[in-house]
Design a protein around this ligand. Structure first.
Ligand code: ADP
Length: 450
């Protein structure tokens, strides 16, 4: 049993973990940079420790500083949230060496899934369907051309160590390959310190469908259905919903079972997300995230479970608190990501929030670390809140989203709220008729000066 958890993160996800811990009677420690002394997670936690200067590399990504904070405060375990150190196997190994618990999977599983080639190989061996592509890494331009000829254009070149939508380039023809190949490698090198790339068939009209899995680390695992996260800009999700409007109960049960069986076989522990592209009734694995996802609340809403509580419980050594048959979908949920940025320019706009009013009422959840008078620092991600709505069906969830967005006031900075007001006017969004390219096409048609 844990008495005290340190949350190695900031913003809304730090609050999410502190809240779960408090409901379980577990103490919480916030860590923060000097830029975050006034942040809500510091105010809300039982204790806090300053771990360094503003840049993430010197604070939220500093393994020694975070371990020292855990030792000083006597924390039993660390919850990493998402981003920062959440998928860093070196960090997890260091915690083990210091006898500090980690609320998440093993260092080995993080390592396997963090390398996209070994993730794909592992999933293929476990019977999970994958996007057709190169057999492992592609070393030279000649090899890239040969592989792509075999797959047929268009293809996508991906950095093995990539993430967050970076390190990916599309080549529509052999002529585009030299530039695409070189720039994917360069981006992999500069952003992730690794220039290895691999190639996949580029699917032209897929949806992004991801399956939530949960393992107990002892050979048992369940799935919690899918989330449709196809509405993306620059490979970044902006609007997520569950269940997916295009997925039937039979498809969900089938792909869910494949995923749960796969993670059970490797004794996976904790929350995980297996991401697929879905086209013409077929699922193609692209990657696995070995952590809690930003969009986990839509799954919590439709299944009535607390995924963070469950993460903490299995890390303590408990069995899962639900069986597959207990997990029954109730209604429909949608999340929209509120960013501090301009619309339609999408330029980051940190600054002072003069007034803040969160929406409320039946089926509305606002996860945000904002408060009136708070100054959003310029050093971190522009995500400042997530509005999640739950309704008895998709139509009522959409109506509730419209109503809740109307109540949400964030004054003093520009935000992505107007994007969602505009999306809710679109027949394709209202009918669920979209794929991963819909949003960018729409932005280009509607908002680019001709
Ligand atoms: P990251 O780790 O950077 O998030 P992913 O492999 O998860 O990268 O891919 C992110 C997004 O990029 C997907 O949701 C999809 O929109 C697009 N994408 C990735 N692979 C392909 C592919 N083979 N064909 C078409 N789009 C793809």
């Amino acid at each position: 049993m844990f008495d005290k958890i340190l949350v190695a993160n900031r913003g809304e996800i730090a609050l999410r973990v502190i809240r779960a811990a408090r409901e379980m009677g577990i103490g919480s420690v916030a860590v923060h940079s000097t830029a975050d002394s006034d942040a809500m997670h510091v105010r809300m936690a039982d204790e806090s420790v300053c771990i360094g200067p503003a840049p993430g590399t010197d604070s939220y990504l500093s393994i020694p500083a975070i371990i020292a904070a855990a030792e000083i405060t006597g924390a039993d375990a660390i919850h990493p949230g998402y981003g920062f150190l959440s998928e860093n196997s070196v960090f997890v190994q260091a915690l083990q060496d210091h006898d500090i618990g980690f609320i998440g999977p093993t260092a080995e599983h993080i390592r396997i899934m963090g390398d996209k080639i070994s993730a794909k190989d592992t999933m293929k061996d476990l019977g999970v369907p994958c996007v057709p592509g190169s057999d492992g890494g592609v070393e030279s331009l000649d090899d890239a051309l040969t592989v792509s000829e075999g797959l047929g254009y268009p293809v996508i070149i991906k950095a093995t160590a990539g993430g967050g939508g970076r390190g990916m380039k599309v080549a529509k023809s052999a002529a585009e390959m030299p530039t695409a190949f070189r720039s994917a490698r360069a981006e992999g090198k500069s952003a992730f310190g690794n220039d290895e790339v691999y190639i996949e068939k580029y699917l032209t009209t897929p949806r992004h469908i991801e399956i939530q899995v949960f393992g107990d680390g002892k050979g048992k695992a369940v799935h919690l259905g899918e989330r449709d996260c196809s509405l993306q800009r620059r490979h970044q999700k902006v609007f997520e919903e569950a269940p997916g409007p295009s997925i039937s109960a039979d498809e969900r049960a089938a792909i869910g079972k494949v995923c749960a069986d796969a993670v059970a076989r490797i004794n996976y522990i904790g929350a995980g997300t297996i991401e697929f592209l879905y086209e013409k009734g077929e699922f193609f694995f692209i990657e696995m995230n070995t952590r809690l996802q930003v969009e986990h609340p839509v799954t919590e809403a439709i299944f009535g479970v607390d995924l963070v509580r469950e993460q903490i419980r299995v890390a303590e050594g408990h069995d899962l608190s639900f069986e597959q048959d207990d997990l029954v979908i109730n209604g429909h949920a949608i999340e929209v990501r509120i960013n501090a940025e301009t619309f339609p320019g999408f330029a980051p706009r940190p600054g002072k929030v003069n007034a803040y009013h969160a929406p409320g009422g039946l089926g509305v959840r606002m996860d945000s670390a904002l408060y009136a008078g708070y100054s959003i620092p310029p050093y971190y991600d522009s995500l400042i809140g997530k509005l999640i709505v739950h309704g008895r069906d998709r139509e009522s969830a959409l109506a509730r989203l419209d109503r809740a967005l109307g109540e949400l006031i964030i004054d003093g900075i520009e935000t992505s709220i107007p994007l969602f007001h505009a999306l809710l006017q679109e027949p394709d969004v209202l009918s669920g008729n979209y794929n991963i390219h819909w949003l960018e096409n729409w932005l280009e048609t509607k908002f680019t000066e001709k």
